[in-house]
Design a protein around this ligand. Structure first.
Ligand code: OSB
Ligand code: MG
Length: 379
């Protein structure tokens, strides 16, 4: 397979409602798509990747403009150099080709995803088949932001419960934690419920977090800072609610450390955050080997990222519902055909590669910036 061209397409997508977390309020999302033109044996396909970096570096060090620059200046040229030197291009070799760039996992993951999609399309194999996934739907959970008031939160949660979501996750932060959880439990009873703090607490907040214990939450996600593995382990001993890590898990190595320290009994796997779907499956395998449950996180992806996440979440270790909601949870108009949540599940696409692609008109309408890189000829 040869990569002939890579386009970096930045799109702007308004959210159906503001999404507030402990780190920001988002009213729009700027996904960065990687469009790779690939050819093999006279056949040409387009592979798609989606970079999950947010506009600001508040969730992780990566951010949209930085990721685009990393791709444009370093990652794509390194991949082209690798190819020009006669090395094979597959998803499995992308990380070797760009490996001496430190960090920039979301940018690397998006490039790897585009190459993987192209490779599978050339092979006429779906991503699910490639992973060995046999089920065709996965349970669909929804992530609910911090709201202005408890009544507004209950309205929103009620809407998602009525739609049939398999699990609800509430964003929390100091001052918006025990009360919203209590209100949701009182109104909606025993629904599968979990919370996500996005690193907003300190170990000294353990007494407040312990007040969540009676509510039988599935888990509390990332209560402390990204690098506080040891403190998460100390906190875990003070809570009955299982601790799940998101931000802290950036690689299979950090997952191994977290497990060894007892810092997490559950892991949220976001392929972008860990540098791509290959690393995501390694973390899945490590977690299964250690009896640690995993679920697939979300980053307000377009249908491109959502479709691939649904396939990944079909692996057997994904024992909890993922943040893989229908497109309409965040967007009035997705750039792909909408991902639909039905009876608490979303379907895993069956077509070649990730099985979905942007609709040209929707993509053109949403595009705000494009950069194009062309491969030099073979040396
Ligand atoms: O912490 O899981 C998170 C969105 C952006 C950044 C971080 C997070 C989230 C979500 C949204 O919770 C999940 C989704 O895409 O449904
Ligand atoms: Mg999270």
């Amino acid at each position: 397979m040869r990569i002939d061209r890579v386009e970096l397409i930045t799109v702007r997508m308004p959210l159906v409602q503001p999404f507030t977390t402990s780190f920001s309020t988002q009213t729009e999302r700027f996904p960065l798509l990687v469009r790779a033109t690939a050819s093999d044996n006279g056949r040409t396909v387009i592979g798609w990747g989606e970079c999950v970096a947010l506009a600001d570096p508040f969730y992780s060090p990566e951010y949209l403009d930085g990721a685009r620059e990393a791709l444009q200046r370093f990652l794509v040229p390194l991949l082209f150099d690798w190819q020009a030197a006669g090395n094979p291009i597959t998803a499995q070799t992308v990380n070797t080709a760009v490996g001496h760039v430190v960090g920039h996992r979301m940018a690397k993951g998006a490039l790897e995803m585009a190459v993987l999609d192209a490779q599978l399309r050339l092979q006429d194999v779906s991503f699910a088949q490639h992973l060995g996934v046999t089920r065709d739907v996965v349970p669909s959970g929804v992530s609910v932001g911090i709201e202005e008031s408890i009544p507004a939160l209950l309205d929103l949660v009620g809407d998602f419960v009525d739609q049939g979501y398999a699990r609800v996750k509430l964003k929390i932060r100091p001052g918006w934690d025990v009360e919203p959880v209590r209100a949701v439990r009182e109104r909606f009873g025993d629904i599968p419920l979990q919370v996500d703090a996005n690193a907003a607490y300190l170990l000294s907040d353990a007494p407040v977090l312990r007040e969540l214990d009676p509510f039988n939450l599935l888990l509390i996600e990332q209560p402390l800072a990204e690098e506080d593995l040891r403190q998460h382990a100390l906190l875990a001993r003070q809570l009955s609610t299982p601790i799940c890590l998101d931000e802290s898990i950036v690689s299979v190595q950090s997952a191994a450390d977290a497990i060894a320290l007892g810092a997490a009994s559950v892991i949220n796997i976001k392929p972008g955050r860990v540098g791509g779907y290959l690393e995501a499956t390694r973390i899945h395998d490590l977690a299964v080997a250690n009896g640690i449950g995993v679920w697939c996180g979300g980053m307000l992806e377009t249908g491109i990222g959502r479709a691939a996440n649904a396939a990944l979440a079909g692996l057997p270790g994904f024992t909890l519902p993922g943040d893989i909601s229908g497109s309409d949870r965040f967007y009035k108009q997705d750039i792909t055909d909408p991902i639909v949540m039905k009876d608490g599940t979303v379907s895993i696409p069956g077509g070649p590669g990730i099985g979905v692609e942007p609709n040209p008109a929707a993509l053109t309408e949403a595009t705000i910036h494009t950069a194009e890189l062309t491969a030099p000829p073979r040396r």
